[in-house]
Design a protein around this ligand. Sequence first.
Ligand code: MRU
Length: 345
Amino acid sequence: MNLDYMKEFVSTGLKVDSRGIWILDQTQLPQRETWLPSPHPEAMIQIIRELKVRGAPLIGVAAALQIGLLAEHGADRVQIEKALIDLREARPTAVNLMNAMDRMSDVLQSSGAAELPAEAERICLEDVRLSDGMAENGARLIGAGDFVLTHCNTGGLATVGIGTALGCVIRAARQGKGVHVFVDETRPLLQGGRLTTWELEQNKIPYTLICDNMAAALMQKGRVTRVLVGADRIAANGDFANKVGTYGLAVLSKFHGVPFYVVAPQTSVDRDCPHGAEIPVEERHPFEVRGARGAFGNVEWAHPEAKVWNPAFDVTPESLVTAWVLDHGVFDRNDVKLGALTKGA
Ligand code: MRU
């Protein structure tokens, strides 16, 4: 990218320099840190589909930067419009991707292709500020000595800032609150076991890794004081989609009286989606459930013909949420009923 400040942009999972866009291949973590170039939209679509780059805010930013690069390389309007549609469809659940592509499309219509790199940079730098707002708001809800259970990966690998749910925990830890994190391993793709542990090690925050099916026993023993999760799409009524397993944690939290918070930027809110039943849930390939693949090797433990159901996300109803932590505020159920989520900052 040409603009000077982007030449130096580096986040945990994405870099931009004078040669282009680089993605840290998250499927190889924590064993290997491999940076992949993404020279054109087709490369980025593949990278997004294979979850080499992942996390709702980060895929929106990565796609926007790719469109910015395409415009900078002199692509014509037809090529850019096609790339906007194809990138928008790379994954169906995280609305951040659609919001970012719609924003780029609006700029293309109103100001032309020359303005697209600058808009991509605005989307990228804005995500850092949104993360910071969530971290500040969420850290206030975390008390000294809290035991926080989290699911999937919601840190710097899922955004270009400090993160969503994990960002709040990292901020609270940096404030000296002495937090301990319980990390759900997050089957089938192990974003908790592979990525969240990697980030917590880097941040020197104490944690304990558990298999997803251990959360209930942990709560029964009173060892979880708060649950913080992210969101891929929040409907206007407060229902939200997040990594499959989130709904189970919400039910468990209600049963055990543990506060359950969803943390997301306003770019994860779908103003046109009235409730969770309307959120499209991605279904992925059976091999992800029949075994596991990564830099640790490839294993298949199930029968190769085993029938599989593999939804990447589930939908948690608003009735199970204690509060919605956004970049611009913390909202309770009354706020949400009055339309707080769709009003914006
Ligand atoms: O399939 P993934 O790894 O992209 O799923 C990511 C999540 O479910 C996160 O919790 C979500 O994007 C919100 S936090 C950035």
